[in-house]
Design a protein around this ligand. Structure first.
Ligand SMILES: [Zn+2]
Length: 626
């Protein structure tokens, strides 16, 4: 099921592109109501590539159903490799759309931007003069034109300047654009894929053909699409990343909300740059364009903004959380599902133009900060600091902020007996507490290196896919390591992303000399991916390979004693070891479940006998220190 575009069609398209009409994207031709399917998207990309040497169409992998994963490379000199582009000094911006294909704004905005970067815009997108769109009417029809709310300030509009000088935006930045990441999910196309969403008329489905959510897969990389993405990312090493989504949740005025990892899980220099340079300029420019932005938030009470806003740290399974671990800023944008599709795409277009413009101004600072961040994680001082694996959000420490919401009321449901929130079309700015104070709650001191035994191939493969450098042991070697020993593991009952995550485990450490077979890999922490290494291999994070179940077999007991063997052996053990007797009697007195389980008692003695499995519950990955 390879989706190839015939060459003759491409040639015809290239000729027609120079006519007036075909410059319009599918979205524009539909009046902002429709989004193209995969073949139309690829055809338009090929048309652009055929029309300008600045745009190169390529692919970065093949989906399980056989579709190529499309990638546009947009460079002012028509360069097509990371080596050639980096040699010019330009930085690289990666824009990703349709990781959740039902949320297709990024595809349509990105295709318009790619077109405008090689030719003057057809009609510069107007700044939005009025606010949010009216919600769905009772008949079920979507209103596209009524807008209420705030007005853009009448001062100079930097975004319009950026748009009018669009060809200059590529002076110091080259753009990688993935119009559709989840290509198989995208082609599960229909009108009923996003129940809460106001257009387009039809759209793709959230997850892959095997029902995996790619935006939970950045660390465990179970989907072939993610393996391809990581290979592409390692090769290009982009300096800035944008991932484009549509939200669900409560109603409010903002057309676009965003997430950036500036909460302690990214390099300090990059965090300062995001907080004090990028976000203030970008926020101003979006406001001037008529699209005031706000951090992506959840609510203390679901759907009830006045209950308080919650802004947490993204785990590394999410896109912008992952690139933060790679020492690169990631901007995740969420347009608001109740706004008309056309408005959402235009807001996304402005977001892309603004970001490109800021990066074009800031390219040197960003490039220097990325290099500094890569260097810092390779230093002794990085490893001497406690590394945060998990953060906790304070639910008591808040600041008051003005939130541009809408009037709403809680309505009693006769159907369910519960309350639901009915939003009106009346905009209102109200003060609400914002809970965003986070503290690391699980930290670890990183070792000099980790070692993964050769037999854990799936784990070694994952490390390689993340671009992590490793050294293979040429022969069997005795190496002193610190090992984790686990107890009391608990797993999630229902599957999550095709796995049953380990929700709780107690861990302790001990030092030992272990024989590691030839082919085992040593992974030095001192490399640019240090943060990814820590999250993959430290067991107690919320995205570690242990959490995802890659090491589940080590928790299993594989040998059992028969009672007729264990009974006399246990009595002999008690007679010969008074300390053991004391431990046993304490256990019997304090643990009633244990005291009434013949199986548990016999197993307790087996574990303490020479026949007990000394490797059970020991983490196969070792930590190597000086
Ligand atoms: Zn999404």
């Amino acid at each position: 099921m390879m989706k190839k575009i015939p060459v003759f069609l491409l040639t015809l398209s290239c000729f027609s592109l120079f006519g007036q009409t075909n410059w319009q994207t599918y979205f524009e031709q539909s009046g902002g109501k429709k989004t193209p399917r995969y073949p139309e998207t690829v055809t338009y990309c090929l048309q652009l590539a055929g029309a300008s040497p600045k745009i190169h169409y390529t692919t970065f992998g093949v989906s399980p159903q056989g579709r190529d994963l499309p990638l546009l490379i947009i460079d002012r000199d028509g360069l097509t490799t990371p080596e050639a582009i980096k040699a010019t000094g330009r930085i690289i911006l990666l824009v990703e759309a349709c990781i959740h294909p039902g949320e297709s704004e990024g595809k349509d905005a990105g295709l318009m931007l790619a077109r405008d970067l090689i030719a003057p815009p057809l009609d510069p997108l107007p700044r939005k003069e009025e606010g949010r769109g009216k919600k769905e009417e009772e008949k079920g029809e979507r209103e596209e034109d009524q807008r209420i709310g705030y007005s853009a300030p009448a001062s100079e509009n930097k975004i319009e300047n950026r748009q009018s000088k669009i060809e200059n935006l590529l002076d110091h930045v080259s753009l990688l654009f993935i119009p559709i990441f989840n290509v198989d999910g995208h082609e599960r196309f229909g009108p009923y894929n996003r129940i809460n969403q106001n257009g387009p008329e039809e759209m793709g489905w959230r997850v892959t053909a095997t029902n995996l959510n790619l935006n939970r897969d950045f660390l465990k990389a179970d989907a072939p699409e993610m393996k391809a993405w990581l290979t592409m990312y390692n090769r290009w090493d982009p300096d800035f990343f944008i991932d484009i989504h549509t939200t669900d949740g409560a109603d409010y005025q903002y057309v676009l909300t965003y997430m950036m990892e500036t909460r302690g899980n990214m390099d300090a220099g990059l965090t300062t740059w995001c907080d004090s340079v990028f976000l203030p300029v970008w926020t101003d420019e979006m406001e001037l364009a008529g699209y005031p932005v706000f951090p992506y938030i959840e609510f203390r009470r679901w759907h009830d903004p006045k209950s308080g806003l919650i802004r947490d740290v993204a785990p590394p399974m999410l896109s912008q959380g992952y690139v933060a671990l790679r020492n690169r800023p990631g901007l995740l944008v969420e347009t608001h599902m109740l706004k008309p599709y056309k408005q959402r795409v235009e807001a996304t277009y402005h977001c892309l133009i603004s970001t490109l413009g800021i990066l074009n101004d800031q390219w040197h600072q960003l490039k220097t900060l990325c290099a500094d961040a890569d260097a810092f994680v390779q230093s002794e001082s990085f490893r001497s600091q406690p590394f945060p694996l998990l953060f906790d959000l304070s639910r008591t420490d808040s600041v008051m902020v003005g939130f541009r919401g809408v009037e709403y009321e809680a309505v009693y449901s006769e159907l369910t007996g519960g309350l639901w929130y009915q939003y009106s079309d009346s905009p209102v700015t109200f003060p609400v507490p914002l809970f965003e104070k986070v503290e690391p709650v699980k930290t670890v001191t990183l070792p000099e290196a980790y070692i993964i035994p050769v037999e854990w191939k799936e784990v070694i493969d994952r490390a390689a896919w993340h671009g992590i450098s490793m050294i293979r042991l040429p022969r069997d070697s005795a190496i002193r390591v610190t090992s984790y020993r686990f107890s009391n593991p608990r797993w999630q009952t229902n599957p999550y992303e095709g796995r049953h995550p380990l929700t709780r485990v107690v861990s302790d450490t001990f030092s030992e000399v272990r024989i590691f077979p030839a082919g085992s890999v040593i992974i030095p922490v001192g490399q640019p991916s240090a943060r990814v290494i820590a999250h993959l291999l430290e067991p107690n994070g919320n995205g570690s390979l242990l959490f995802w179940g890659f090491f589940d077999p080590v928790f299993e007991q594989k040998e059992y004693s028969e009672f007729y063997v264990m009974e006399p052996m246990a009595k002999k053990m008690l007679d010969e070891d008074p300390l053991l007797r004391e431990e046993f009697e304490t256990k019997m007195a304090s643990d009633s479940t244990f005291a009434t389980s013949q199986w548990q008692i016999m197993n307790w003695f087996l574990e303490r006998s020479p026949y007990g499995d000394k490797r059970r519950m020991v983490y196969p990955v070792g930590r190597i220190n000086n």
